[in-house]
Design a protein around this ligand. Structure first.
Ligand code: ADP
Length: 262
């Protein structure tokens, strides 16, 4: 319990620090990208080489902006737009993305619970979080393996609280991403959610994937559980709060619709 408290205090402190930096850095980037865009327009097609250099600069600045977005997501300073989400439809809608991200040596098994409850979350962020987990699972199985993506209804109550240590009672939907890859040591597990912590080679990982996951679940009033054993694999569980039945929501299927990617 003490360790958990220490960990959450650390995450708070790191979150405040990175959030402050990312916020200011984002403003500075806007001051770079804006004039570059204007310059590109002004110069038009006059000199293809100049256009190329400007495009490269804009590209670089945009990549930096994406990085700050992930930092802001971690520090929960990124405004989310929660809507009622059917995680089954969201996961189903990602199947092309999965195929595209995974090599043929990884066997993907998706199992979607019937009658899954709705949750209330930012659909784009949730998609990005699930993709982060899938990409991590892929990277953990360089010579192939088995990847399971699962949804389920998960009531945490008197009867089931032992199965979900540390998760406050309540109704959740569970999104589970499990691999049978290399697994993580205790050391790596302890640092896995830290921004910029990565064991991957330079250029392969930014160390922001799980930080983004952490920020997202915190901001969505959810929880994340990481279980990993070296040589056996890793399971990440996202607990997202069940959307409490609400007449306004039932009457507004459009909102559910707009939560889903095309
Ligand atoms: P990145 O993927 O850019 O390294 P993450 O924050 O997503 O950043 O992950 C941090 C580290 O946690 C990874 O470098 C890796 O060591 C470890 N990790 C994350 N997911 C898994 C997994 N499914 N299996 C094994 N290790 C993992």
């Amino acid at each position: 319990v003490e360790e958990a408290l220490r960990q959450s205090q650390k995450m708070e402190a790191v979150g405040q620090l990175t959030g402050g930096i990312a916020h200011d850095f984002n403003n500075m980037l806007a001051a770079v990208i804006g004039p570059l865009d204007l310059l590109a327009m002004r110069l038009g097609e006059t000199d293809p080489l100049v256009t190329r250099y400007i495009d490269m600069a804009i590209d670089g600045a945009n990549r930096a902006a994406q990085l700050t977005q992930r930092l802001l997501a971690f520090s929960r300073q990124q405004p989310l737009q929660p809507v009622p989400v059917d995680a089954n439809r969201l996961v189903a809608g990602m199947s092309d993305l999965f195929v595209h991200s995974l090599g043929s040596n990884i066997r993907l098994e998706t199992s979607l619970a019937s009658d899954l409850w709705l949750t209330f979350a930012d659909a784009n962020q949730l998609e990005s979080v699930i993709l982060n987990l899938v990409v991590n699972a892929r990277d953990a199985m360089p010579s192939g393996g088995h990847l399971a993506v699962q949804t389920s209804n998960c009531p945490v109550d008197v009867a089931s609280t032992d199965l979900h240590p540390g998760i406050p009672r309540g109704d959740y939907i569970l999104v589970t991403v499990a691999d049978d890859g290399v697994g993580m040591s205790q050391d790596v597990i302890a640092k896995a959610f830290d921004p910029f912590f990565t064991t991957k080679q330079v250029g392969q990982g930014t160390g922001l994937g799980l930080s983004q996951v952490y920020g997202f679940v915190k901001q969505s009033a959810g929880h994340v559980k990481l279980c990993s054993t070296i040589g056996e694999g890793t399971t990440v569980k996202l607990y997202l709060p069940r959307l409490v039945a609400d007449a306004a929501v039932v009457d507004a299927p459009v909102a559910v619709e707009s939560a889903l990617p095309d």
